[in-house]
Write a new protein. Structure first.
Length: 337
């Protein structure tokens, strides 16, 4: 495939979008890769890292191996992802803590539109496709209701393991790698490492991610080659089920108390329903963190937070912006083809 400099700039921008999505616990970079039209090329390129690649390197040199790898594509993409994660980590963390409703609303609209986009790629619907879609949705929904691990481990071996598991989710549309890190209790150590430029922890995490990525990409490539419609159906289901996690209005059910290392019902701590609202009222912001939430209506959100504005109108506007953004990306992709 012959590409110009501007094509690689666009790929880098798509990588930045993937990186921004992967920072948020609940949004998948794989979804962004799919709707931006680079998903299958990404899987194919990653799965080219095998014994044959090293044989090519030995026999024909670096240039031939780089071409076999589709190295220019991967380099442009991963540079974009890296720049995005490093530069946006602090901003995303700030928005998660201070404007969670508005942030989740934008991503909810974005992910909702991506369901329509991915479902349209299924060329043949049958009973099996529908069953697989429903099972995928139930599985993803169930994952969003799980309690995260109480303790947060930052040991090198655990960070390596977390990287390998999370990367598999990061390249799956609908399954958020960041949310898997939350469930594993590794999200905060990784985010802190990025924020504080702890390159040792980042390197260990990336090593685990590379190992997991090389293994899982081959499985996904095989599924797309042999069962594309069924694979798309289960991915669509994953995204539908994941909407529960990124619903903007949440009721905090339980929290992890860092002072006692215990999970306690939130109503024993505060008379408001949202941890983010409560944390603004206390001096020590880091006393508690969310253990379990459930989705509620914006009107109930106002009620349980003592009349606090649910930001319904700006939230709806941002959801529409996210939805329209995906539709525009689809039209541009079709026009380019």
């Amino acid at each position: 495939m012959s590409r110009k400099i501007k094509d690689y700039v666009v790929i880098g921008l798509k990588g930045m979008a993937m990186g921004a999505a992967d920072v948020v616990p609940g949004v998948s970079g794989g979804t962004i890769a799919f709707i931006s039209g680079i998903y299958e090329e990404l899987l194919g390129s990653i799965s080219n890292v095998n014994v044959g690649l090293f044989k090519t390197l030995k026999n024909d040199g670096f240039k031939a191996a780089w071409k076999q790898l589709n190295g220019n594509f991967l380099l442009a993409l991963f540079i974009g992802i890296f720049i995005s994660i490093v530069s946006l980590a602090k901003a995303i963390k700030y928005l998660l803590e201070n404007q969670p409703v508005l942030l989740w609303s934008f991503f909810f609209g974005l992910v909702l539109a991506s369901i329509i986009y991915i479902a349209k790629q299924i060329t043949k619907w049958n009973l099996i496709s529908i069953i697989i879609l429903i099972l995928g949705a139930f599985l993803a929904f169930y994952i969003t209701t799980l309690n995260p691990l109480v303790s947060e481990s930052s040991s090198s071996l655990y960070i390596l393991f977390a990287g390998a598991i999370a990367i598999c989710a990061m390249i799956l549309p609908g399954i958020s790698g960041s949310f898997i890190l939350v469930l594993l209790g590794a999200y905060k150590p990784i985010l802190d490492a990025v924020t504080n430029r702890d390159f040792k922890t980042i390197l260990i995490f990336m090593t685990g991610a590379v190992v997991g990525l090389l293994a899982f990409s081959k499985i996904l490539k095989w599924l797309f080659a042999n069962y594309k419609n069924y694979t798309l159906a289960v991915l669509t289901g994953f995204i539908i089920g994941s909407l529960n996690k990124i619903w903007p209005w949440k009721l905090t059910q339980s929290v992890f108390d860092k002072s006692s290392s215990a999970v306690v019902p939130f109503n024993e701590v505060s008379n408001v329903g949202s941890l983010s609202v409560y944390q603004k009222q206390i001096d020590n912001f880091e006393t508690y963190k969310v253990a379990l939430e459930k989705s509620i209506s914006p009107f109930q959100y106002t009620e349980v937070n003592l009349g606090l504005d649910s930001q319904l109108i700006p939230a709806l506007i941002l959801a529409v912006v996210g939805f329209v953004l995906i539709l525009l990306m689809e039209k541009l992709a079709v026009k380019k083809q």
